[in-house]
Design a protein around this ligand. Sequence first.
Ligand code: 4AD
Ligand code: MG
Length: 458
Amino acid sequence: MKHTDVKILFSEHQQFIDKSVTVCGWVRTWRDSKSIAFIELNDGTSLKNLQLVIEKDKVSENIVKPALVVGAALRVVGKFIPSERNGFELSVEDITVLGGCPQDYPLQKKHHTLEFLRTIPHLRPRTKYFEAVFAVRNALSFAIHKYFNKNGYKYVHTPIITGSDCEGAGEMFRVTTQPWNAKYNNEEEYFADDFFGAKAGLTVSGQLEGEVAAMGLGKIYTFGPTFRAEHSNTTRHAAEFWQIEPEVCFCDLSDIIEIAEDFIKFIIKDVLENCPDELEYFNERIEKGLIEKLRSVTESGFGKVTYTEAVEILKKSGKEFKYAVEWGCDLQTEHERYLTEEYFKKPLFVTDYPADIKAFYMKQNPDNKTVAATDLLVPGIGEIIGCSEREADLEKLKTAMLKRNMPLESYTEYLDTRKYGSVPHSGFGLGFERMLMYITGVQNIRDTLLYPRTVGSL
Ligand code: 4AD
Ligand code: MG
């Protein structure tokens, strides 16, 4: 079906002015009067609608009538002309209704609440809000690939079905084709009889396989879906979310922190450049000062504080936190947000966490209490990146795993990376939807995903 994208009509308007063009799209709104009717048409390529002007003495009533329906899909032929009010509009010559839309179409109003829209995920992409969200989601993905590509990283695809729980937090979804049966005497027999002959699950992180790839390719990144059966019913947790995980050899914690900061600044700058209309919309509609915030993030340095210092700051804050702070405790969102929003007032790397609250693979610091790890916290959200230098010493790594009761025999391949030509290396995981929330100001992770999966909701 030959037609021109509305985005192209606007961006390359010179070549279309006063010419006849064909456009396709859905009716967002319409107005009618005796001699003239107007339709706001949107085709999903541009946040801007194209205004269709229908002069009734030029187009017959039986063509116009069926087109004046919110939600209907149209193909329209008309002359593209400059307009004082809209910049450009289409003076309609002919309309074909591609798909009618009955009165029970739920999107009759201009604004619907996000809660309501969550009940109709299959229709949400037809609203301006979600058109903007998915446009930025697309641009952000592209920016991420651009950054790594330009810096010589290889994009690797790590498995989604896996046997190892990277984060060791027991939040893996099981993958099985085997119903439990009374013939099994124990779990081992049951797993042995399953599809893979072993216990399998959906990956919580591509890191362990990413490390394997980096140990030959030097620097890699993954960008794929990860899954967590966390029961945290918050606005920042999804059971299925996307993660970007670079892994870099010959790189220590301070190097990877530099890379993470450079990366975050690059992708924000790129989205600022490529999504001006969408960001303008979010700036107006969701977060006043959003664009200013993003600009200033790209222009100034991020903060850096050790966990131990952060605990002192929190204790001295005089704030009534729901969870009390003591050295050794995991920082809660309320603590993270105080640090980044109120105390430092900028993105903040908190480094050198207690080993006991972090994963087995992190490099142990000489103090034997903390690990060379960092979380990047941002105002409004809290943690968006989990990062660490990896333990490169085979014996230390084994000790850390045994301390956590991990079965070494299930990790022999991973341990081989430390046995054969081990090198200092580091990496991080950026939560893609959390980054998207930060860039758009969207408050709930459910509104960044086409089909959000959360506890109790598929
Ligand atoms: O801090 P996490 O658990 O780190 C890892 O998975 C490491 N293996 C990463 C690495 O070093 N390669 O998760 C990384 C990020 C978090 O900072 C957060 O932004 C996001 O993933 N994240 C979630 N996002 C949405 N919903 C959830 N349930 C999330 N859990 C983590
Ligand atoms: Mg984390």
